[in-house]
Each structure stands twice: as structure tokens, then as C-alpha cells.
Design a protein around this ligand. Sequence first.
Ligand code: PA5
Length: 380
Amino acid sequence: MIMLNFNPEVDQGKLAEILASIRGDAMGGWVDLPKNILIDEILSIKEAAKKITEEAEYLVCIGIGGSYLGHRAIIEALSPKSDVKIVYAGNSLSQRELNRVLTEVGDADFSVLVISKSGTTLEPKVAFEAFKKKLVEKYGEQASSRIYATTDAHKGELHDEAVQNGYTRFIVPDNVGGRYSVLSAVGLLPLAVAGVDIDKLLEGATEMYGDAGIQAAAKYAWLRWMLFERNYDTEVFASFEPSTAYFNEWLKQLFGESEGKGKKGIFPASLIYSTDLHSMGQFMQDGRRNLWETIIDYPTDELNRKVVKAVRAAHSQGGIPVLNIGVPSYDEKGFGELIYFFEMACAISAKLQGVNPFDQPGVEAYKKLLKDGQNGKATL
Ligand code: PA5
């Protein structure tokens, strides 16, 4: 299980209140996902993954934010073996990037997985249109059989289109928001196609679901809160494994979107060592002391371990609080533990700050302005 180098006192009465309010929240469904995901759903996911593996050389995963960061993070970190290459689209509005992916897929056999809870987000919509066109050009009437859609169970443009055209459908549960959805079909289908052992991932998450896991998450949340109260307003997630850069991106989304509201929040940043010791290392050692460092301490080789120890000592001497989160294994189980640990810690942290961990009014504001075609004005 995840090991921590800190042990703040947690107010158990307050924790019980917070947990009850998380569990009772209309968007609190992620709490029980590792336990409650149905065997039938896992079987359908595995069946679809098998079909995709048989029919395609490429799976184009279309989605943005919570609809892609979690599964991409695990795939990049574990580089699992699969006959299908996963490529990503619809996570920006760059035509250049979209063309690059279209060109990469080229004439190869491919299938498309489009993931969008709302079914209306512009970035995935644009990419989906482009890949649908390519599917129809290549497969004609058979195109729909190569489209997999993960979206709301009952409503939304993507839901309606999927029902009308007979795409294979998977559900984002009503009570699970995008950034808490990686352990649902949102993450599990692409992970299964990529060759990740999803049973082990869920096993890891389930390990953190019990009281010991919750207490560990609460300790981390409490310490973050104590640091925030002492005017530390920036958290730097640091890892010594370059392949976990996307896991850092997932963390930034999880914490940034959950806490940054009502003019509150801890700013999440991330670094990869030792690479960034030769750039941002200067700031970490000697710059403004408004930040702390949370090291995600993956099992690593001997030389890298020496760097971990040296960095912990140097940055502590430089006056930075250094939190260490020890990951038991660099595999599906280890990442399952990490995902659940951080989701729970993030929800508790947001509650301690008095903000709603499960909404994203700022993101919705951008989406609306983009739809309305309005431009922001810079103000000083
Ligand atoms: O966490 C969130 O809610 C967001 O990051 C969404 O996942 C993101 O905006 C994409 O939304 P949708 O899945 O509705 O396309």
C-alpha cells in the first residue's frame, strides 16, 4: 500500500462529516466505482476491446480533459503491449495536430472511440467529424460498426447520434464527473485495448477503498490544508520517471478543476526529475518560498534512487516542505492505488477549503464563450 513520510493529526469527526457529504453528493458515484463496477460491464469492455484488436491497427481515442487524461496517463506510464496502437485526437483545436493524427493513421485499418460525457464539447466534436469522414471514405456503410461512444446514458448529442446509428455504446455514470471517471468505462475501455490489465488496476484501487486507504488520503489532504493555511499556495508534483509526465497532467486537472474556484485553491504544478533539476531546479532550491513539493516516489533503479534522496535533502535544506508518497509497485496495481488515493485526497481537500470538488464552473464558462463566439479582453 502507498506509504507516506508524514503523519498529521486528522480530526476524525470532521473527516466523518466530509466523507458523508462526499458519499451523499449527487456526483459522489466515483467513491464506490472500484467495488461497484458490474462484472457484466467489465465483460462488455473486454469484448469490445477484443473486437477492436481484431479489426484495427489503430484506435483513435477522441476526448478532452477527464475524458482522456486518466487513461492516457496509465498507457504512457506502463507502455503495455498491444497489437493496436492508440492515438489521441480531440484534445485541442489545432488543425495541424488533427492533420498529423489523420496522416499517422493513413491507410491503416482503424476504429474510433469517442468519449464525451456531455456529448457537446467542441474539441472532440471537431475531431470526431474528421475521423467519421475518414471512416466513411474507407469503410462505407460499415463505418458505424467501427465507432465506439462513451457518453451519458440518456441524453446529449453524442448519445442521440450513437443510438440512431447503432454505435457500440458505453456509459459515463450520471453520478461520476469527467476527472473522477478513469475507473469507469471512460478509462477502462481504452486501457483494455492498450493491453493494460484492468482487473489489477481495479484491485489496486480497491485496496485504497478500505479504511487504511481513506486514512492515508485524509492525512495527505490535512497536510495540504495545513500548508495552505500557512500561505503555501502552490503544490509541485515531482516524479523521477519521465513516462509519468501524463500522470502529472492528470493530477493537475484533478486538483486544479476540483479546488480552483471561488477565488480559492492551491495551484498545481509539475516537474520531472532529474531533467527539470537542470532548469526549474534553481527555483525549487532557491526561489520564492510559497510552494511545497509532493514527490510521487515510484520504485526506481539505484542511480535514480540516489537522485531522489539527494533532491529530498537539498530541497528540505532549501526550505521547501517535501511530502513523499511512496508507490508500492510500478504496475497496474500501483497506479490503481494512486488513482483512488489522489481522487479521495482531492475531494477531501476541496471540502476542507470549503469548495465543491465536483463542479467546474470556470471550464463551463470557457465552453459557453467559445460556443457563443465571444473573445475575451485583456485587463490589467
Ligand atoms: O472533468 C471534467 O468535467 C472536464 O475536464 C471534462 O472531462 C471535459 O471538459 C470534457 O467534457 P465532456 O466529457 O463532456 O466532453
